[in-house]
Ligand binder design. Structure first.
Ligand code: BGC
Length: 767
């Protein structure tokens, strides 16, 4: 009997139960068909294997593992081979720890710098994100471990993440939010894809047939496992219909929904069988993973190599860096001694070891005169710490000032309220500047901050959140042992108000209009000529490069890169292509290829960047993917500084509808009517599984109002993580974590709707 027949022979009661995990971190198991449970674990830059207190928010302990640089940092390396290598290290640790599937990488688009999880994602650009994600996947899966890319799709805000609806048009959906996933699926071949919590155009991603069935499985040919985010199944039957295979973590009541739907003719049993078959195939593949011992020191060393390649030198006036031998260096700033090297939430790793800039500098040949904290990490004025720093600075030639965002400002489930660094850090910098010393700022955070303060420093390194060995990498860059070669994977605007979605990002809790459409990040700033602080793709080096003999061939672009300075270093050649869009006044030039090359001083190399299936296509609202007409191809050092421009013809131009839209017209045409206010009357709301905890206050039963009151307490609590995660939640989510079965769930709903005794009977006695 083949697998399919075995599955077909199982009773629906059994099969329905296989569409959810067997535990918090384990997939389903079924001895009758030879399906073993396999362990799934976060995450994107290191393993979070929990032995006790399982949860999806990074709370409590986990087993030690290597904390590699975050994806936000790694993308700055523009080195996908390194991305593949990091994947291999993750795969090796996973296999060693008995994890069959790594829940990562995450590749959502950084639409706004305020998104609390931006540190977990690669870029504002789908091409760069997709190439990196594909590389990670290839690496993770090299030893047979499975990789689960996430969060599919259009998940770009943390606030109210389980209830908001992304209103996005098909062109922006395809070009901006799905292309990265498409590249990752086609080039990386991940074993699994995780659906996002949010809705897209009114339908939860987990139940979204258009995303899962039509596009992912249908158009891209994905035949692997589709998994829910943890607690991210909101309507079980429509989730199965959409093509989702596995609900995580274990849900005790969803099987009854499936059984009832199959028996009542509302769900085709074949879809249940398909989902079980895909799980069975996954479980068989998981048995083949080979586990070997892990050399933790070598892994930590590799994490440092990754960090070294990701540091972005943003400013270096007067060649302050690298520091000169004998210069007296004062080290200032809390982050130098207590590093920030990762973000918080489900990606939180318990590192095997953590270095610091302070510790590494003490071991180096730099002449360190001392260390001063300079400011309170959590904010607030501390004149004492500032004056200690000023005192220390007076006896130094160079000040290395380590600034950054405190832990609470970059975490899952919360967005940043603004993009400024804490005031006390900026005050410290202003107090140091008049001393007339050379100032080098090292920045530790997972993304974009306002940088209007950078006139108060001579040199600036953005270290991002660079993993457990990031401190050593920074010291090597300061001393010149390595030459920084990172390039920004996102734009640093001049002001927060310049971000294209600034006004609409946080306007409503329940609805987000993606009115800027395809104009995300550099595509907006460059197409509209908006000045920025540091452009996408930007980064300096301690050496200089010259580009010559650039040319276009039928298959791609060529250029000769020469290192014209006196030390080795890496250049990143970037190819941008502007399509002749018939309906837009401003057609953005988009990243379509890149190549990082290391060159010794005086060395030259001929670089070739091929065109591919993504180079020329754009989405036409009536014809789908199209290409045609004259395209402009740019080669540059970043998204603004081009050294070459040429034209490629791709046949007859695509015809539009006549009028080309200005950006303003385009933006306004994507704003949907204002979100209707919820107007529930007290006692007038009938609770269902989809009712938000917040809204329970409108239900009849006092149980509901009690819950709402408790949620209200949380919403006022100082712990943003808790308040955000507790308030905007459909009650199905809470009941899942209460491990209720379907009778108890019904009991809870009854109690919320005013049938207290009936509800309590069901909850307590299950009848
Ligand atoms: C996150 C996922 C994560 C899962 C399991 C969720 O809260 O959104 O990225 O993989 O938890 O920890």
């Amino acid at each position: 009997m083949d697998d399919r027949q075995k599955i077909g022979n199982l009773p629906i009661e059994k099969k329905a139960d296989l569409l959810t995990g067997s535990a918090f971190w384990q997939s389903a198991e079924c001895a009758e068909i030879g399906m073993d449970a396999v362990t799934l674990s976060d995450g994107p830059h290191g393993l979070r294997v929990q032995d006790k207190m399982p949860n999806h928010l990074g709370m409590g302990t986990s087993c030690p593992s290597t904390c590699f640089p975050t994806s936000a940092a790694m993308a700055c390396s523009w080195d996908t081979e390194l991305g593949e290598e990091i994947g291999k290290y993750l795969g090796a640790e996973a296999a060693y720890m008995g994890v069959a599937m790594v829940l990562g990488p995450g590749l959502n688009i950084k639409r706004s710098p305020k998104c609390g999880r931006n540190f977990e994602y690669f870029s504002e650009d789908p091409y760069l994100s997709g190439k990196f994600a594909a590389a990670y996947v290839r690496g993770i899966q090299a030893n047979g471990t499975a990789s689960c890319i996430k969060h599919f799709a259009v998940n770009s805000r943390e606030r109210a993440r389980m209830v908001y609806d992304c209103r996005v048009d098909e062109a922006a959906l395809r070009e901006t939010y799905l292309t990265g996933f498409e590249i990752a699926v086609k080039e990386g071949k991940p074993a699994a894809v995780m659906t996002a919590y949010n809705k897209v155009n009114g339908v939860y991603c987990n139940s979204n047939k258009h995303l899962v069935s039509d596009i992912l499985r249908g158009e891209w040919g994905f035949d692997g496992l589709v998994v829910s985010d943890w607690g991210g199944t909101f309507d079980k039957v429509s989730s199965v219909k959409a093509g989702v295979d596995l609900e995580m973590p274990r849900c005790k009541f969803s099987k009854d929904e499936v059984i009832a739907a199959v028996k009542g003719g509302g769900l085709d049993e074949k879809l249940v069988d398909d989902a079980v078959a895909r799980q069975l195939a996954f479980s068989h593949a998981a048995q083949k993973v080979k586990s070997e011992d892990v050399d933790w020191i070598a892994h930590s060393r590799f994490a440092r190599r990754c960090a070294e390649n990701s540091l972005v030198l943003l400013k270096n006036e007067g060649g302050v860096l690298p520091l000169k031998k004998g210069e007296r260096v004062a080290l200032i700033g809390d982050f130098a001694r207590r590093p920030r090297y990762q973000g918080a939430g489900s990606s939180l790793v318990n590192p095997t070891f953590v270095d610091s800039i302070f510790g590494e500098m003490q071991k180096s040949e730099l002449s360190l005169t001392g260390f001063a904290r300079g400011f309170e990490r959590k904010g607030g004025e501390s004149k004492k710490l500032r004056s200690q720093a000023v005192k220390l600075a007076k006896n130094a030639d160079v000040l290395v000032v380590c600034l950054g965002l405190p832990e609470g400002m970059e975490l899952e489930s919360c967005d940043r309220r603004h993009i400024e660094l804490p005031r006390n850090q900026l005050d410290l910098l202003s107090a140091l500047r008049p001393l007339g010393k050379k100032i080098v700022v090292v920045l530790s955070c997972g993304g974009v901050v306002d940088m209007s303060w950078d006139e108060n420093c001579d040199a600036l390194i953005h270290a991002y959140l660079s993993g457990q060995s990031g401190g050593g990498a920074v010291v090597k860059a300061l001393s010149g042992e390595i030459n920084p070669s990172g390039r920004l994977a996102e734009t640093f605007p001049l002001r927060e108000e310049d971000v294209p979605c600034h006004e609409i990002y946080n306007k409503y809790p329940y609805k987000m209009d993606y009115a800027e459409g395809i104009y995300v990040g550099y595509k907006y700033y460059n197409a509209l000529g908006v000045p920025v602080k540091y452009p996408f793709g930007y980064g300096l080096s301690y050496t200089t490069f010259c580009y010559s003999d650039a040319a276009l061939g039928s298959g791609g672009a060529y250029v000769t890169v020469s290192n014209t300075g006196s030390r080795g270093g890496a250049a990143v050649v970037q190819m941008y292509i502007k399509a002749p869009r018939p309906d837009l006044e401003h057609s953005p030039a988009e990243l379509k290829g890149f190549k990082k090359v290391f060159l010794e001083a005086g060395q030259s190399v001929r670089v070739f960047i091929p065109f591919d299936e993504y180079s020329f296509r754009f989405w036409d609202k009536s014809k789908g993917w199209v290409e045609g007409g004259d395209y402009t191809v740019f080669l540059g050092e970043n998204s603004r500084d081009f050294f070459f421009e040429g034209t490629v013809n791709r046949g007859k131009a695509i015809e539009g509808e006549g009028k080309k839209l200005s950006y303003e017209q385009y933006f306004n045409s994507h704003i949907s009517p204002v979100e209707p206010k919820k107007s529930h009357k007290k006692g007038g709301l009938e609770a269902t599984l989809m009712t938000e905890i917040y809204d329970l206050k409108y239900c009849k039963g006092f149980v509901a109002r009690l819950f709402a009151w408790i949620a209200g307490l949380y919403s006022r609590s100082k712990d943003e993580l808790l308040s955000n995660s507790m308030t905007h939640l459909p009650i199905r989510f809470i009941l899942l974590f209460m491990k209720y079965d379907s009778i108890q769930v019904q009991g809870f709903i009854d109690a919320c709707n005013g049938h207290f005794f009936r509800g309590v009977r069901k909850i307590l006695f299950k009848k």
